[in-house]
Design a protein around this ligand. Structure first.
Ligand code: ACO
Length: 328
C-alpha cells in the first residue's frame, strides 16, 4: 500500500503571552497549582483582529515553503478545528481563499484535540487510493474565544495556535505505517459547549442560553482518567499493528494537554521521557494545533531525524482519540 508522508511542516503562535501570573490576577489560582497539575507556564492568545484562518495561513505558508511547493500544487485542504471563523462557510474554504489554493477541495475536520490525527489518517487513505496527491493539513484553534476566563477549571489550560503539514505519497520506506481512530459519543458531555448550536440556539428575547453556556464546560477529572487510558491504548495499538516494539520508537509527539497524561502515556508504551517531545509549558493545550505545533518545533530544531519512528497520540472532546505511527 502506498504510504502517505509528511514532507513539510509549519507553525504559528500569536504574539500575546498569557502567563500563569497573569491568570493569578484573573481567577483564584496560582502559578504553583497550574504548573504542578498541568505542566503549563504560559499560553498564547490571538489578537483582536486575528481569526483562526489567519493563524492557519501563517502556519501553512511555512509548511509549503519547507515542502518546496506552491499554493496551486495542493489538491486537498483539511483544517482540523473546533473554533472556525464562521459556522458557515467552513474555515477551510476561508483558508483556501486566503492562501490561493485554487486547485484544492476543502473540508473541516471536527474531532477536537484528536483532529490532526484524524486528518493524517484520512490523508493516508486518500493517498493510498490515489484520490488526492498533495494534501495540506492544518490544525488550528483560537480556544481563547470559547474559554470562560472566570472559570479556573478551564481557563488555565487552553491557548491559541496553528500547525500545518504537507502530505504526499512516499517513494521510500518512510511515511505512515499505521493509524488508529476511535470515539465514544456517550461521553460527549464531559467536554462540550452547551449553546450556540441548534440544541440551544441564541434567542432574541433572552429566554435561551446564558452567557456562560457559550463557553467550554469540562469535567476535568473524568476527562483525565479517560485520556490516560485512551492515549496509551491508541499508542500501543499503532505500534503493534505496524509490527514494531516500543524499543523501535524514537519519539512520542503527543497531544499536549497535561504533563501527567503525557507521562502516563509514555509509561504505558515503555518509552523513557527523554524520547517524548514536550512544548506544553509554552503553549498550553491548543487542541487540534497541539501535535502539528510540537511536530514542527521538533523537526525545525533537528530533534527528529531521517528514519526516526514517531508515534503521535491524542484524545479530545467527543470523546475522540487515536494515534498515528510514521517513519520520518
Ligand atoms: N487553580 C486552583 N485550584 C483549582 C484550579 C485552579 N486553576 N482548578 C481547579 N482547582 C481546584 C478544584 O476546585 C479542586 O478543589 P476542591 O478539591 O476543593 O474541589 C482541586 O483544585 C483539585 O481539582 P482536581 O480537578 O481534582 O485537580 P486535578 O489534579 O484533577 O487537575 C486538571 C485538574 C488539570 C483539569 C486535570 O484533571 C486535567 O488535566 N484533566 C484533563 C483536562 C483536559 O485535558 N482537557 C482537555 C481535553 S482536550 C479537548 O478536546 C479540548
Amino acid at each position: 500500500m502506498t504510504r502517505a508522508k509528511i514532507i513539510g511542516t509549519g507553525s504559528y503562535v500569536p504574539e500575546r503571552v498569557l502567563s500563569n501570573l497573569d491568570l493569578e490576577k484573573m481567577v483564584d489560582t496560582s502559578d504553583e497549582w497550574i504548573k504542578s497539575r498541568s505542566g503549563i507556564s504560559e499560553r498564547r492568545i490571538a489578537g483582536e483582529n486575528q481569526s483562526t484562518s489567519d493563524l492557519c495561513v501563517e502556519a501553512a505558508k511555512k509548511a509549503l515553503e519547507m515542502a518546496n511547493m506552491n499554493a496551486d500544487d495542493i489538491d486537498l485542504l483539511m483544517v482540523a478545528t473546533v473554533t472556525p471563523d464562521f459556522r458557515l462557510p467552513s474555515v477551510s474554504c476561508v483558508v483556501q481563499d486566503k492562501l490561493g489554493l485554487i486547485n484544492a477541495a476543502s473540508m473541516d475536520i471536527v474531532a477536537a484535540c484528536a483532529g490532526f490525527i484524524h486528518s493524517l489518517s484520512i490523508a493516508q487513505a486518500y493517498i493510498a487510493n490515489s484520490m488526492y496527491h498533495r494534501i495540506m493539513i492544518i490544525g488550528a484553534e483560537e480556544l481563547s474565544s470559547i474559554t470562560n476566563y472566570k472559570d479556573r477549571n478551564t481557563c488555565v489550560l487552553f491557548g491559541d495556535g496553528a500547525g500545518a503539514a504537507i502530505v504526499t505519497a512516499s517513494d521510500d520506506d518512510s511515511g505512515i505505517l499505521s493509524t488508529y481512530l476511535k470515539s465514544d459519543g456517550r461521553l460527549s458531555k464531559l467536554l462540550y459547549i452547551p449553546a450556540g448550536g441548534v440544541a440551544q440556539p441564541y434567542t432574541h428575547n433572552g429566554s435561551g442560553p446564558t452567557h456562560d453556556d457559550y463557553f467550554l464546560s469540562m469535567n476535568g477529572n473524568e476527562i483525565y482518567k479517560h485520556a490516560v487510558r485512551s492515549m496509551g491504548n491508541a499508542a500501543e495499538r499503532v505500534i503493534k499493528s505496524a509490527g514494531l516494539e516500543s524499543s523501535d520508537i524514537d519519539w512520542l509527539v503527543p497531544h499536549q494537554a497535561n504533563i501527567r497524561i503525557i507521562q502516563a502515556t509514555a509509561k504505558r508504551i515503555g518509552l523513557p521521557m527523554e524520547k517524548v517531545f514536550i512544548n506544553l509549558e509554552k503553549y498550553g493545550n491548543t487542541s487540534a494545533a497541539s501535535i502539528p505545533l510540537a511536530l514542527d518545533e521538533a523537526v525545525r530544531s533537528g530533534v527528529i531525524k531521517k528514519n526516526d519512528n514517531i508515534v503521535s497520540a491524542a484524545f479530545g472532546g467527543g470523546l475522540t482519540w487515536g494515534a498515528v505511527l510514521f517513519r520520518w
